[in-house]
Design a protein around this ligand. Structure first.
Ligand code: PXG
Length: 460
């Protein structure tokens, strides 16, 4: 990097942060009391640097998104080139731009052959993509003469975004109580979360049992009223909940049987994270609709997409006008960056690398943490990892008060130069897909120290 680094005034920025910035998903009271947030100003590869020039291995790839790692000049160049040529034009009223069209075609090409996922809609975030799905599915069932089919079924610990509809699809933390959600028509069933609700059961039998909770909900609501089931192939923000292999194929069978659409939220699992281009490929099902964001541009630009099956796209197209979209749907700079990002993922074979090399190595190394006295379970899928913190290994009893052990561990990780997030009592990991074996060793080494520190602090 040749660019001069700006000389930031850290105390001033932290003061302004407290005075004028409300942080998303943060304890803003605590931030104000502690003099502001952590400010990061640069990054390279898998490392990020704060204003004091302290280096951290970013075990979260930002917020599960920087799949190709930081410092990619090729992405910077493509964005600058597109900004010079055409910084913005809309896809409303029949217009569009070259990168937007190329990206739609490229994404269709990435879908598994025979999946029928052959049309794309664009938006700017995962929340907007999932919100778009809610509108699209409601419109679709009106168009095909089944206007009663409107209910959505999702899972506990699911995270699908923060808008009113995507927040209603999710069922995570106190998001519902903070805005009187869910809206009418959104229903939830328990997650295929073996550590919570399948202890002592055969995992594959438990997977089938958990899938049938969805069928029970469909029957309770009446299949004629149910539009869609949505889920993350592996639940990310909820704690890297990896379902048994039997789960998703059975959910797919149930959805087909009751003529309920199946929506795969690929916002975290997409673009190589689980060792395939999409999480549904790893987990063994084919959805009717897939939403994607994050890894689509590796976070270098905000962009999201919704892939729809031709069966759903056709009536929508035949109807004529589709009155939905955002000013920046299919933004040319974001689309150009996404295209280049996909090219990097392809050229460096990052999904395959996760499947055959770094994913298995990460799984093996992370499992060594399972022997720590405060670890109840270690789960992985590709380069997603979850570490359950427990007060009692034998019973799986959690620490009290809820959330404290996770926050301590997160702080201890920072002290050891690692960013690892806490999702309630689960420590979660999602490093850049470019992480090397040596960097995985470094990550696991720092996590082990942080866990020891956490155990010592909790004992006091
Ligand atoms: N679906 C999934 C599966 C996600 O993880 C969204 C949708 C929403 O995307 P946008 O781009 O609107 O944020 C997400 C986002 C966390 C955390 O606590 C995770 C997300 C967002 C905020 C916090 O790990 N994921």
């Amino acid at each position: 990097m040749t660019a001069m680094r700006p000389n930031y005034d850290a105390p001033r920025l932290r003061k302004l942060d407290v005075e004028h910035h409300i942080h998303p998903f943060s304890n803003n009271r605590e931030l104000a009391d502690n003099g502001g947030g952590r400010i990061f100003s640069r990054a390279e590869g898998v490392y990020i640097y704060d204003l004091d020039n302290r280096r951290y291995l970013d075990g979260m790839a930002g917020l599960w998104c920087v799949n190709v790692g930081y410092g990619r000049e090729a992405l910077v160049e493509v964005a600058a080139r597109q900004m010079r040529e055409l910084p913005y034009y809309s896809s409303f009223f029949g217009g569009t731009t070259p990168p937007t069209v190329e990206l739609a075609a490229k994404l269709v090409e990435l879908m598994p052959k025979g999946s029928g996922l052959d049309h794309m809609l664009f938006a700017n975030s995962g929340s907007e993509a999932n919100d778009t799905v809610v509108r699209l599915v409601r419109h679709y069932f009106n168009l095909v003469g089944k206007p009663k089919k409107k209910a959505f079924i999702a899972r506990r610990f699911g995270y699908h975004g923060s808008t009113m509809a995507s927040g209603s699809l999710g069922n995570w933390g106190i998001m519902h109580s903070q805005a009187d959600l869910p809206l009418p028509g959104f229903h939830h069933v328990a997650a295929p979360y073996g550590f919570e609700n399948g202890r002592g059961k055969d995992p594959e039998a438990f997977g089938l049992e958990a899938a049938r909770w969805i069928e029970a909900k469909i029957l309770e609501l009446g299949a004629e009223n149910v539009a869609a089931v949505i889920g993350e192939p592996v639940q990310g923000a909820g704690g890297v909940i990896v379902p048994p292999r039997s789960y998703w194929p059975e959910v797919e069978r149930i959805c087909r049987k009751h003529e309920v659409l199946l929506v795969s939220d690929e916002v975290i699992c997409g673009f190589g994270r689980t060792g395939n281009w999409f999480g549904f490929e790893t987990l063994g099902f084919t959805p009717d609709i897939a939403t994607m964001a994050k890894g689509l541009s590796s976070g270098y630009m905000p962009i999201s997409a919704v892939a729809v099956h031709e069966r759903i796209a056709k009536p929508l197209i035949d109807e004529g006008y589709w009155l939905h979209g955002f000013t920046y749907s299919g933004h040319p700079v974001a689309a150009a960056v996404a295209l280049k990002n996909i090219e990097i993922l392809q050229e460096e074979k990052l999904p395959q690398k996760v499947k055959t090399d770094t994913g298995p190595y990460f799984a093996e190394k992370l499992q060594t943490l399972a022997k720590n006295p405060i670890v109840g379970e270690v789960r992985t899928c590709g380069l997603l990892g979850g570490i359950e913190l427990v007060a009692d290994k034998a019973t799986g009893k959690r620490f009290e008060p809820a959330g404290r052990a996770g926050s301590i561990c997160r702080e201890r990780c920072f002290a050891h130069g690692l960013v690892m997030r806490a999702s309630f009592e689960t420590m979660v990991l999602s490093p850049p897909l470019t992480i090397t074996r040596a960097q995985i060793d470094e990550l696991v080494g720092a996590a082990a120290k942080a866990l020891d520190d956490t155990a010592a602090e909790l004992k006091q």
